[in-house]
Design a protein around this ligand. Sequence first.
Ligand code: ACO
Length: 165
Amino acid sequence: MKNTRQYKAGDVIIRPIEENEPVPHHLLFDADPSRALVDGYLPASMVFVAILDDKVIGVYVLYPIDSSVIEIKNIAVAGELQGKGIGTLMLKDAAEQSGIMGFSTIIIGTGNSSVGQLYLYQKMGYEITGIRKNFFTDNYREPLYENGIQVKHMVMLEQQLTNEK
Ligand code: ACO
């Protein structure tokens, strides 16, 4: 699925990764520390990058589940640039791109401990639809902690899209 549309806001450009451009794994691993899971979903995904001053400073990954549902499998902004609205821009872009491609629902999952991410996704119009119980304890080798809470379950959220072809 080829999509070459670019989204620009301020000085940040969000665009599909180019064919021979390296995938920013260091950013992907900030959002998902499992190399096995990342390597598993990347080949069937579309990768988008956020560029500032010619540098890749953000990434998000879209993974089609079926012909109507697409998932943001991974979204990350470089540490020093977090909290400046780039994640919000990428979420808007992800919903826009997915609608244009004809998907009617976009989903995203995050840890039970990811309080800031849950705040952001709900603020952006996502609603909680369910929990993948023990997803992190079953799929990650080491126990993970965030905000002083063990990351055990994946909270799933979704948003309906309006197709803007
Ligand atoms: N903790 C607290 N608040 C947060 C967090 C957080 N981790 N992330 C976002 N927010 C809040 C911001 O404070 C801001 O609040 P405001 O609008 O009231 O001022 C709001 O959410 C929007 O923040 P942005 O600046 O648009 O988000 P940012 O550019 O930081 O991107 C992201 C958000 C992608 C989660 C980034 O913080 C990040 O890369 N974190 C590390 C990796 C990660 O956790 N990725 C998501 C995992 S889930 C998945 O990948 C499907």
